[in-house]
Design a protein around this ligand. Structure first.
Ligand code: SF4
Length: 364
């Protein structure tokens, strides 16, 4: 398809960009339809959002995070003020972006367990959550440059993009930024083989990197061992959905921290940093494999809790062997992808040309 072709930075051909605009509009309409269903046909909305869109997201973030960043309906909405030149186009400091990244990780770890207590079985609550994110992102878009506040800052999906999207299939154009103003350093969209641990210069960056890299595998494991509880009435019961995910998070985080400390000592002696990169890749592969290990069976009624996360009920079809094979294949694939596939020095998207005129105007 034409819109997936690579081309030189700064030379965005109009037909190519037009194709992305069409795709953005289609995805925006799909997003709007899902949102509408969440409010008016909650069962359908929950199915479309939690059991179709979300299970596809991790593999897309592994293979082509740039595609998702280009067509995410939330990003398209939040960036409208910038596209229509209504933004004050302020620039955040490096430290502020680190703080936003850390808040994004905290958001992720707080929202996901609440799926069991609230969101998985309440389309309206999910719809309100999405609208809240639209409101924050769009409001920020009126003041700050391109993706700095939401897409590369506060968005709770962004830490996962950086963890999973370290060695993408190929680079696509950046269908949002028309020219680069260096609003984020390093720009996750434009930096080849970006990792969750690529930026650790401030305390917030470092803490965000450790929490997402070390904590996510255990958090995912714990999350899949908690059943959906549609009728939680007491706060104490709501809090109970956090226990297992946070215990898992703490467990793998401690392992990661110990290994990282040992590796840093070895690195100091040898001056090489390959081991640190491998450690990040191992944890990324473990996290995404763990997700699909539990998520694929649960889509077809073979999960730990049979009716949770169900897409289509195939319990009577005796698919046990087939699903075990699918689990083994996906795990094998992700470990190959993260550990054995050579780093290809590709970024999620091509960096648009940096406009010197724009930069001069910006710093006046
Ligand atoms: S490409 Fe440039 S302008 Fe766009 S998000 Fe990255 S740093 Fe910001």
């Amino acid at each position: 398809m034409v819109f997936l072709s690579e081309f030189k930075p700064g030379k965005v051909s109009l037909p190519l960009l037009f194709n992305w605009r069409v795709l953005q509009m289609i995805m925006w309409l799909i997003g709007f339809f899902i949102l509408w269903c969440l409010f008016f046909y909650p069962s359908l909305g929950e199915l479309l959002f939690w059991n179709i869109l979300i299970p596809i997201a991790p593999i897309l973030l592994v293979l082509l995070p740039g595609v998702w960043r280009n067509v995410c309906p939330l990003a398209t909405t939040n960036l409208l003020p910038r596209h229509f030149n209504l933004s004050k186009r302020k620039k955040l400091t490096f430290k502020q972006i680190g703080i936003l990244n850390l808040i994004g990780v905290v958001f992720l770890y707080l929202i996901i367990p609440l799926r069991h207590a609230i969101f998985n079985n309440c389309g309206v609550a999910t719809g309100i959550l999405i609208l809240l994110m639209v409101a924050i992102g769009t409001f920020a878009g009126f003041f700050y440059e391109w993706k700095s506040v939401w897409c590369s800052g506060l968005c709770p999906v962004h830490p996962v993009e950086k963890l999973y999207g370290e060695n993408v299939l190929f680079t696509v154009i950046n269908a949002h930024c028309d020219s680069c103003i260096n609003c984020v350093t390093p720009c996750p969209d434009s930096t080849p083989n970006i990792k969750s641990t690529s930026t650790t210069k401030t305390k917030s960056h470092k803490l965000a990197a450790i929490l997402i890299t070390g904590g996510l595998p255990g958090f995912i494991w714990g999350w899949f061992h908690v059943p959906d509880s549609p009728k939680i009435e007491y706060l104490s019961k709501i809090l109970s959905v956090f226990t297992l995910p946070f215990s898992g998070l703490a467990f793998t985080l401690i392992i990661y921290y110990i290994l990282e400390t040992v590796i840093n000592k070895i690195n100091d002696r040898t001056g090489k940093h390959n081991l640190q990169k491998k450690l990040t890749s191992i944890f990324a592969a473990t996290a995404v494999s763990c997700y699909y290990w539990y998520r694929i069976p649960s889509l077809f009624g073979y999960g730990i809790f049979k009716n949770d996360g169900l897409l289509i009920n195939l319990q009577t079809r005796h698919l046990g062997m087939l699903l075990t094979t699918a689990n083994l294949l996906t795990t094998f694939f992700f470990f190959y992808w993260f550990l054995f596939r050579k780093a290809n020095k590709k970024s999620w998207t091509k960096r648009p040309a940096v406009s010197s005129k724009q930069i001069n105007a910006y710093y006046k």
